[in-house]
Ligand binder design. Structure first.
Ligand code: ZN
Length: 80
């Protein structure tokens, strides 16, 4: 049985471990990806999960290597 177009592996990035501006390197090809980058040249958002009006999960595709990356760890309030 054929699956949907799925490369079969999703990397997970916890933004609590990312840079202060939320940028991180693609785990596969090391392309710099920043959620603040509104041009989306380096990535494309494919799914978001919002709970209580807050973004809790963001799934994106790296446009360089095509891998799927799941971002978690939003709103940690670590510096409140
Ligand atoms: Zn990549």
């Amino acid at each position: 049985m054929k699956k949907l177009k799925n490369k079969g592996y999703t990397y997970t990035i916890n933004l609590a471990n990312a840079e202060d501006d939320g940028s991180f390197a693609c785990p596969k090809c090391n392309t710099s990806i920043s959620p603040e980058d509104e041009t989306e040249n380096n990535y494309e958002i494919i799914d978001t999960k919002i709970v209580n009006n807050e973004l809790t999960e963001l799934v994106l595709t790296c446009n360089k290597c095509g891998c799927t990356i799941k971002l978690i760890g939003f709103h940690q309030d670590s510096n409140a």
